[in-house]
Design a protein around this ligand. Structure first.
Ligand code: G6P
Length: 638
């Protein structure tokens, strides 16, 4: 996804911008560009490149150009193919105003054909309307009110105030103006931060982009316009048009936290951090007497009088029957939400409804605000579909909660309340430790909501079992990785794999399949173990292995029966089973054993094992892993 950075100070901007761009490479991109401005010499240099930042660096003599102001961009194409022409920064007709942009300008066509019809456009992007619009507004203001503004700063802020409301859609932008000794930044629905330095300042879409330079960060809020000079940061908000004060936060995580730490890939490092992600998340919310999630007490009232059982369906039909909790999410977070349904219903008896955010947003679903709390689960806190879903829930008047990993992310600003998972920065595009930390939160939430219906003794027993989960995850890493690696080498030779599970392990099967397909490019499908016979059996051959999750739960025998059916269709079956399960070994071609837990907690060990299996399969196939083709870590468009 696009990333933007800006620098204004006394040092040469080019090397700083290049290294900042490298820090946000993990977001995924298809082209990049940099503009550096040397006001003393009245020069502006523009560099654009397809492919990687390393390629761009190779073609640049970093020492050659001393400009101390600059903006830069990594692009993930949405309007216009990846090309140098479409790469940012984009300029106005006079090549004096340059803009980098993250987001989508929805009304760019009507602007191009309307008030900007006289402008010469060089790209197919939506972004290019922004410099033209700024230029046009600047010309108009100079003409209409030639004596109103005392200097460049006042004039440029007035221009932004007038131009930005013409843009519909989402944006985080940085604007450089030739001859001006600062940068202007603005945001609407896309994240943007200012890194505060000493006689220099940085602007970026992501904290890691500035962390090498400073750990003091100002999070810009919705509608903020900031004027940033080397020794001055002035912020006003479009709503009030007045100056607003935004304090700087100290970022406690270091660049090392975000680097590979000796592992070949971020993904492997992050799988190995899964025990720590559970520990940190539990630590944050477990107190001596119970669980303190820091959310409104009313959420607990939803449990009262609901009774037990799994009342909610998972369809998307229209209607007014509101479940007590609705979870919305995308990708891996959606599978965490689906696990959450089983977990919360099991632990609290509260019906939970789960929706893909992208489907919920355009459904005829009607929510009754008094009955339903809407929980958006999003690792990044920036997934456009999930943000929209939270906004829709708010329009219904529902209470909203974000579960996210990223402090100050957009989800936290939209939702009424936030519960942070404590996974630490996740760089690998494929989500791993964030999924497991989301599960940890969902267990806490389930117990929190269910506390009223179980005895104190039972509650404390659950807590003790939950506290054992980091150790269980560690045992999988210590004892299972070599086995998983062996089976991964075997799976790497196939082009189609099924993952099956039942109950709370059905979404885990989905997650196992998603992980395998996104990083190894093997076609993998997650399926309910009992459903395979209703169609997919037609695909079972000796060339279609099945990975079957088998937990010691109330459907153990049924799942074993399903496995026997698959075996008799000649499919090789690899089981993921609980230590000590001798029975399953009789019917399958291989077993990966994981530690025994309460069945509802079995997604923890099973997920760690499946993440390892996916990783080592992709590795056996020589795939890129951390940056799978066509994928982005954070998808900020619908
Ligand atoms: C992208 C990522 C996935 C992630 C999904 C949802 O597609 O590639 O790994 O699961 O977005 O992201 P979120 O940040 O909302 O959890």
């Amino acid at each position: 996804m696009c990333g933007i950075v800006g620098y204004v100070g006394e040092r040469a901007a080019l090397p700083i911008l290049l290294s900042s761009l490298r820090r946000i490479e993990y977001r995924g991109y298809d082209s990049c560009g940099i503009l550096v401005q040397d006001n003393a010499r009245g020069e502006v240099h523009l560099y654009k490149g397809l492919k990687s930042i390393s390629d761009l660096i190779q073609n640049l003599d970093v020492a050659q150009f001393p400009g101390t102001i600059g903006i830069a961009h990594t692009r993930w194409a949405t309007h216009g193919v990846p090309s140098e022409r479409n790469a940012h920064p984009h300029l106005d007709c006079n090549e004096e105003i340059a803009v980098v942009h993250n987001g989508i300008i929805e009304n760019f066509r009507s602007l191009r054909e309307g008030i900007l019809h006289n402008c010469l456009f060089h790209s197919e992007t939506d972004t290019e309307v922004i410099p033209h619009l700024i230029e046009k507004t600047l010309v108009n203001l100079r003409r209409e009110k030639p004596h109103t503004y005392t200097g460049d700063e006042e004039l440029l802020m007035a221009v932004m105030r007038e131009a930005l409301p013409c843009l519909k859609g989402s944006y985080a932008i940085i604007v450089a103006v030739k001859g001006f000794d600062g940068l202007i930044a603005a945001r609407r629905e896309s994240p943007l931060i200012i890194g505060v330095g000493d006689r220099e300042n940085f602007i970026a879409s992501d904290v890691p982009a500035v962390l090498e330079q400073t750990n003091r960060v100002i999070y810009l809020e919705e509608g903020d316009i900031a004027l940033v000079k080397k020794d001055q940061i002035y912020i006003e908000n479009m709503d009030g048009g007045e100056e607003v004060r935004r304090g700087a936060s100290l970022i406690s995580w270091t660049i090392e936290d975000a680097e590979k730490g000796g592992y070949e890939h971020f993904m492997l490092k992050e799988i190995h951090e899964e025990p720590k992600a559970i520990i940190n998340t539990l630590r944050e919310y477990l107190t001596e007497t119970g669980i303190e999630l820091g959310i409104r007490a009313e959420l607990m009232d939803k449990g009262k009088g609901t009774g037990s059982g799994t009342g909610a369906g998972t369809g998307t039909g229209a209607g007014t029957a509101s479940p007590s909790l609705l979870m919305v999410a995308c990708g891996t977070s959606f599978y965490a939400a689906q696990c959450g349904k089983y977990i919360i219903e099991h632990l609290s008896g509260i019906p939970v409804h789960v929706e893909l955010a992208s489907e919920f947003n355009y459904s005829d679903f009607v929510l009754a605000p008094d009955d339903v709390t809407v929980i958006g689960i999003t690792q990044s806190g920036e997934t456009a579909d999930t943000l929209m879903a939270l906004k829709k829930a708010k329009r219904f008047g529902c209470h909203t909660v974000a579960i996210t990993n990223v402090l100050g992310s957009s989800a936290t600003r939209i939702a009424d309340e936030t519960i942070y998972i404590r996974a630490g920065p996740e760089i690998g595009v494929a989500a791993t430790k964030s999924f497991i930390a989301q599960l940890a939160i969902l267990y806490l939430l389930g117990l929190h909501l269910g506390r009223a219906r179980i005895s104190e003794h039972e509650f404390m027993e659950w807590i003790e079992e939950l506290k054992r989960m980091p150790q269980v995850a560690q045992m999988v890493l210590d004892d299972t990785e070599a086995v998983a690696r062996r089976y991964a080498t075997y799976l790497a030779g196939f082009e189609n794999v099924f993952f099956v599970g039942r109950g709370v392990n059905l979404p885990v099967a989905f997650e196992g399949a998603l992980k395998l397909k996104e990083i190894s490019y093997i076609h993998a499908e997650g399926y309910a173990a009992g459903e395979l016979k209703h169609g997919p059996f037609a695909l079972l051959t000796p060339d279609t292995p099945v990975v079957a999750i088998l937990s010691r739960d109330n459907v153990y025998e049924k799942t074993l029966g399903n496995i026997k059916e698959m075996k008799s269709r000649d499919a090789p079956v690899l089981a993921l089973a609980v230590e000590g399960d001798e029975e399953v070994g009789k019917y399958v071609d291989g077993v990966i054993y994981v530690p025994d837990t309460e069945p509802i907690l079995s997604p923890i060990p099973n997920t760690v094992a499946l993440h390892l299996l996916a990783y080592w399969t992709a590795r056996a196939r020589g795939c890129e892993i951390d940056k799978p083709r066509n994928l982005a870590k954070s998808v900020t468009v619908e």
